[in-house]
Ligand binder design. Structure first.
Ligand code: AMP
Length: 503
């Protein structure tokens, strides 16, 4: 029996081919029958363009129902789906194409992709625009295929996603059909998907969250998906009364809270608000509960493993925790560092063409080292307390930025903060805090430092506190700490010199 993920999904599609699958905000819905047929024709078009099972299909296109059909086409054709963030610039794209060596590249018409694809030896470049038109759709319309699903084993690759690692060059995370199927089945069951569910989909589909977590669970359920081309708070709010499940990154919930129309009534029909990809602030959790009566359900995962832990629909949730390890995930903490280590059927098969890096990131007994520092609560819930790579070692002492940020965030007048390490002549490294104030607040750097000195050991207190209007975030809501280090480096160096002068 094939273990092709598409075969599993299709077996769960509704019997009625006219059942809606993807419902865009404007225009007609793509039904389950139509997406099945379109993906078959697209798979045939990819084959005719020269792709063979196991070949990579690199895709950089806008979010659209046709783009979802293309993802399914890659699965059913036995190709390896390689989605690329629409924000990537030419140099980044060139790196991915050189590294992944895709047979076929699908891109928005225009831009640099045709040149890059040709230079990197792709057999074909096909286009797909935001409206679902282009040479791929033309070829699909003309293609004749038997619609067969190509047989795949559990360990055969289904996708490569480049991880948004904070250091070094991005690495291609190889995910098998078995990895994706196991995680989708587990989440589908754990989150209690049922016949009346409707998903509100507002996330990008080049990342594990919007692509695998949101789409695979919903497709397994044969559910209608309210498919927003991007997250716009007003649009999401308008569709909430029709939805039963919404998945978002923390920023999505912050922006929804800024909408005066968000109320118990607008959310009356929703059974689960799910958040992940970045830490949800306890204030956001509390404010959302006050406004809507809903406790946001937080889950924790990463490109390399899909989802790892999750809070549960029928148990109370606690801000600052990300729930329990999924039933088929073994999770432990490294006794020395607190780093979360995992194994399970969801854990990726390795980094593309980087066996050394893969070996480095697994323990001798086969656990993947996540790079996240965790803590186990007495009831078994996991809390993420920091990133191993984020760790600041100041004068030989470990400083977890997350701990310092939590103290700063709790000060009156502070909206949020990010703490990063920068080189320091005496301590090797020391902390810089970048803080945003609440509207109208006047808290000063001296006040922040004074308050921290009361609460934290001195080596943890940032040596410099600066204020900014916003923290830079990527598409998934993660604070871009590397950008902060760069942006404030000159100011940091100057503050060290000024201190020298004052001695
Ligand atoms: P990515 O591979 O882009 O999905 O990033 C994965 C990383 O995001 C994890 O290793 C965590 O550091 C972080 N992350 C994901 N979910 C959460 C969460 N619920 N709370 C805190 N951090 C999270």
């Amino acid at each position: 029996m094939t273990e092709n993920l598409f075969a599993l999904l299709r077996a769960r599609f509704p019997r009625d081919p006219d059942a809606p699958c993807l419902i865009p905000r404007e225009g007609a819905a793509l039904t389950y029958g139509a997406i099945d047929a379109l993906s078959a024709r697209m798979a045939a078009a990819l084959d005719q363009a020269g792709a063979r099972p196991g070949d990579r299909i690199a895709v950089q296109v806008e979010k659209s129902p046709a783009a979802v059909a293309l993802y399914l086409a890659a699965l059913r054709g036995g190709f390896v789906y390689l989605p690329l963030n629409t924000a990537y610039r030419d140099d980044e794209l060139d790196y991915f194409l050189a590294d992944a060596a895709p047979a076929v590249v699908v891109a928005d018409p225009g831009g640099a992709m045709p040149g890059l694809a040709a230079r990197r030896g792709a057999k074909a470049l096909l286009t797909l625009d935001a409206g679902g038109q282009g040479t791929l759709s033309d070829a699909a319309a003309a293609a004749r295929g038997d619609g067969d699903v190509v047989a795949r084993g559990r360990d055969d690759l289904a996708a490569i996603l480049y991880s948004s690692g904070t250091t070094g060059k991005p690495k291609g995370v190889m995910l098998s059909h078995g990895n994706l199927a196991a995680n989708a089945l587990t989440l589908h069951r754990l989150w209690q998907f049922g016949p009346h569910d409707v998903l509100l989909h507002v996330l990008p589909i080049f990342h594990t969250h919007g692509l695998f977590v949101a789409l695979n669970t919903s497709l397994l359920n044969g559910t209608p998906i309210l498919f927003h081309e991007k997250f716009v708070a007003e649009h999401a709010l308008a569709d909430l009364p029709r939805a039963t499940v919404m998945m978002g990154v923390p920023t999505v919930y912050v922006r929804l809270l800024a909408q005066p129309g968000l109320s118990r009534e607008t959310c009356a029909h929703v059974r689960l608000f799910i958040s992940g990809s970045a830490p949800l602030l306890p204030e956001t959790f509390a404010a959302f509960e006050r406004r809507t009566g809903h406790q946001i359900l937080e889950r924790y995962g990463m490109t390399e493993a899909g989802m790892i832990t999750s809070a549960l629909p029928d148990r109370p949730r606690r801000a600052g925790t990300v729930g329990w390890p999924l039933p088929d995930v073994n999770l432990r903490l490294n006794p020395a560092t607190g780093e979360i280590e995992i194994n399970g059927p969801n854990v990726f098969t390795g980094y593309w063409r980087k066996p050394d890096k893969t070996a480095e990131d697994f323990t001798a007994d086969g656990y993947f080292k996540t790079g996240d520092i965790g803590q186990l609560e007495p009831d078994g819930m996991v809390a993420i307390v920091g990133r191993a790579k984020d760790l600041i070692i100041s004068g030989g002492f470990n400083v977890y930025p997350k701990e310092v940020e939590a103290c700063i965030d709790a000060l009156p007048g502070v909206e949020e903060s990010a703490v990063v390490g920068l080189p320091h002549p005496d301590f090797g490294e020391a902390g810089l805090a970048v803080v945003t104030r609440k509207p109208g607040a006047t808290i000063t750097a001296a006040q922040v430092r004074a308050a921290l000195k009361d609460q934290l050991a001195n080596y943890k207190v940032p040596k410099l506190v600066v204020f900014a209007a916003d923290l830079p975030r990527n598409a998934m809501g993660k604070v871009q700490k590397a950008m902060l280090r760069e942006a404030y480096r000159a100011e940091w160096d100057k503050s060290l010199l000024d201190k020298d002068k004052s001695i």
